[in-house]
Design a binder for this molecule. Structure first.
Ligand SMILES: [Zn+2]
Length: 345
């Protein structure tokens, strides 16, 4: 690390020439940067999203046990999200971590410290390793599992894991009568401007079957337990919709500022998760496999978006984007999953 790359990179944002849909002009500036709004327009847009988020929060407060279920990895972005929602917006939150078997020990310590400091209820859910390892194994070997759009934003293993977490959050929201779900996604990780999404539960139930069927073929008979929302649960909850918040998109705050604000809560950077994660030790494996298959870092779009929004310098972005672990370096994760990966000489 870092790997050497023969790919031409955008001179402004570091997107490589082989990223899907990228085109460069004569000066080496990519189409995303050419179309990027001015700093002023970005500020205005964030302010607008923030206003909409505050309205959505006010309209959806007053859940039964909790106002909001927070998908909480213990990483910096979701820690900051949890802090903002409970301290600045007065939401009664339930923070939930899904331990995928690769959770960093420091992230475990951080999540305990942060939830204790904020006085927030905390739940740790550890799905059976037999299911998780099978799910990850299938995710790296079955390239048809996820859509083309999904692989631009995250590696295959991340996409499977995020899917499982999202369904678990919906189940908890229904169980606890919470009208809000929040995650710590940042710009570039989720589609543009999705700070607030309305999940119509009827529609959701109707459209889920195709995905669950595809997953069931790959992940086996326990798939429904992790990826389905039971009809009975939906009926008893008597809810028509859930509002999903990605507050980071409406806050637009950079990494340094986030870490500075989390330090007083007892949050410390992890040293064993690679440069693109602050909670998961499988992440580098996902990056290495994604790079090996698609030729670009699955984090490069979010990194480039951070640069365009003025939240990261190009120098830091370059370091992160080019920090691709080699297949040799991720052998221990492969071994733990029982996946054979071949290392080129
Ligand atoms: Zn660019």
């Amino acid at each position: 690390m870092p790997v050497s790359t023969d790919n031409k990179l955008c001179v402004r944002c570091v997107l490589p020439e082989n990223f899907p849909g990228v085109r460069f002009n004569g000066e080496g500036v990519c189409n995303h940067c050419q179309q990027a709004p001015s700093a002023e327009a970005v500020r205005e847009n964030v302010a607008r999203l923030h206003g909409e988020m505050v309205s959505a929060i006010e309209a959806n407060k007053g859940g039964r046990d909790y106002d909001c279920i927070v998908a909480y990895s213990g990483g910096k972005d979701s820690s900051y999200t949890l802090k903002a929602l409970s301290e600045n917006y007065g939401l009664k939150c339930l923070a939930v971590t899904v331990d995928n078997g690769f959770m960093s020990e420091q992230a475990r310590v951080n999540s305990k410290a942060v939830t204790a400091a904020l006085g927030v209820d905390y739940q740790l859910f550890t799905p059976a390793w037999s299911f998780m390892s099978g799910m990850y194994k299938q995710s790296v070997t079955n390239t048809e599992l996820h859509t083309k759009a999904a692989i631009k934003r995250a590696s295959a293993i991340c996409n499977s894991c995020i899917g499982l977490i999202n369904v678990y959050m919906i189940r908890l929201a229904l169980m606890h009568g919470a009208k809000l779900i929040a995650g710590g996604y940042i710009g570039g990780q989720v589609p543009k401007d999705t700070a607030i999404l309305e999940l119509n539960l009827d529609l959701y139930m109707k459209t889920r079957e195709a995905t669950i069927g595809r997953y069931e073929e790959s992940f086996g008979e326990d798939t429904r337990k992790y990826f389905d929302v039971p009809e009975g649960l939906l009926k008893s909850a008597q809810m028509k919709k859930i509002t999903i918040l990605n507050p980071m998109l409406a806050l637009n705050v950079g990494e340094e500022e986030i870490i500075a604000q989390l330090a007083p809560l007892g949050w410390k950077p992890t040293l064993d998760t690679g440069v693109n994660s602050s909670n998961c030790r499988l992440n580098d494996f996902g990056i290495a496999m994604h790079y090996n298959t698609h030729g670009f870092n699955p984090y490069v779009f979010e990194i480039s978006e951070q640069v365009r929004h003025g939240l990261m310098t190009r120098e830091v972005a370059l370091k992160k984007a080019l920090s691709i672990p080699s297949l040799e370096e991720v052998q221990w994760q492969a071994k733990k999953l029982g996946v054979q990966i071949e290392c080129a000489e």
